[in-house]
Design a protein around this ligand. Structure first.
Ligand code: PGA
Length: 256
C-alpha cells in the first residue's frame, strides 16, 4: 500500500516571523491527522529555525528542501550539500522543479545526477517532472515525462526509484490557477506508472506519485480520489496553514 505524501514547496518566500507562524499554525492544524506524511520545504536559510520549532513541538511534520548540489564539500561557491541538509534535519529534497529547469538550465542528466547523489547520501529525492503548455498541446506529455524519468532509470536502474517520490507537475498548471482536471491528471499518472511498470511492476506499485500545479483545498479531494495520485506537491496554498492542512486532511481522508 502506498502511503500518501503531501509536501509544501515554499519557494522563495519567508521570513523568520512567517516561518514561525506558519509552522506553529500548521502543526496545530494537523494535530490528530493520521494516514498522510506531511512535509515542508522552506528556503534553506530557514531550515535551522524550522528544525528547532518542529522539534520543540515534537511535530510529525517532515522537513525538506528545494534543491541540492552535487558535492558534499569543496570549492563550490554558493552550493548546499546533502550533508548540510541532513545536519538540519531535511530529508525530502525537491529536485528537477520546472523553475530550476527553466531559470537555471538544469538538464535531465544533471537532475538525474542530483537524484543519485541524494540516494547515495540517504536522502529522499522528490523528482519533479512535467510538460510545458506547448508540449501538452502537441500531445507530448507522456513522452516528456518518460524522458525525464528515463534520465534516472537508464543511468541508475529502475530500482533507484524505490523510496523516492515523483511529482508530476504540468508546467502550465504551476502557480497559474489553471489546474489539470483530476481525470487528466489520473490519466498521466497511470501512464507514468505504466512506464515504470514496464521495467518493474514492483517498483511501479510502490512508488509515490504526487500531483502538483494549483492544488487548493477546493480541488484536492478530487485528485486524491484517483487511484494513481498519491499526494500533492503544493506551492501557493502551502503558504497558508489552514489551506495546506486542509489539503493534507483531504489526502488522509481519501486514502484511508
Ligand atoms: P502551485 O505550485 O501549487 O503554486 O501551483 C506547485 C509547485 O510549483 O510545486
Amino acid at each position: 500500500m502506498r502511503h500518501p505524501v503531501v509536501m509544501g514547496n515554499w519557494k522563495l518566500n519567508g521570513s523568520k516571523e512567517m516561518v514561525s507562524g506558519l509552522i506553529k499554525g500548521l502543526d496545530a492544524a494537523l494535530n490528530g491527522v493520521e494516514g498522510v506524511d506531511v512535509a515542508i520545504a522552506p528556503p534553506v536559510m530557514f531550515l535551522d529555525l524550522a528544525q528547532q520549532l518542529l522539534s520543540k513541538a515534537d511535530s510529525k511534520i517532515i522537513l525538506g528542501a528545494q534543491n541540492v548540489d552535487l558535492h558534499n564539500s569543496g570549492a563550490f561557491t554558493g552550493d548546499i550539500s546533502p550533508e548540510m541538509l541532513k545536519e538540519f534535519g531535511a530529508s525530502h529534497i525537491i529536485i528537477g522543479h520546472s523553475e530550476r529547469r527553466e531559470y537555471h538550465h538544469e538538464s535531465d542528466a544533471f537532475v538525474a545526477e542530483k537524484f543519485a547523489f541524494l540516494k547515495e547520501n540517504g536522502l529522499t529525492p522528490v523528482l519533479c517532472i512535467g510538460e510545458s503548455e506547448a508540449q501538452n498541446e502537441a500531445g507530448e506529455t507522456v513522452a516528456v515525462c518518460a524522458r525525464q524519468l528515463d534520465a534516472v532509470i537508464n543511468t541508475q536502474g529502475v530500482e533507484a526509484l524505490n523510496g523516492a517520490i515523483i511529482a508530476y507537475e504540468p508546467i502550465w498548471a504551476i502557480g497559474t490557477g489553471k489546474a489539470a482536471t483530476a481525470d487528466d491528471a489520473q490519466r498521466i499518472h497511470a501512464a507514468i506508472r505504466a512506464h515504470i511498470a514496464a521495467k518493474s511492476e514492483d517498483v511501479a506499485k510502490n512508488v509515490v506519485i504526487q500531483y502538483g500545479g494549483s492544488v487548493k483545498p477546493e480541488n484536492a479531494a478530487a485528485y486524491f480520489a484517483q487511484p494513481d495520485i498519491d499526494g500533492a506537491l503544493v506551492g501557493g496554498a502551502a503558504l497558508d496553514a489552514e489551506s495546506f492542512a486542509a489539503i493534507a486532511k483531504a489526502a488522509a481522508e481519501a486514502k484511508k
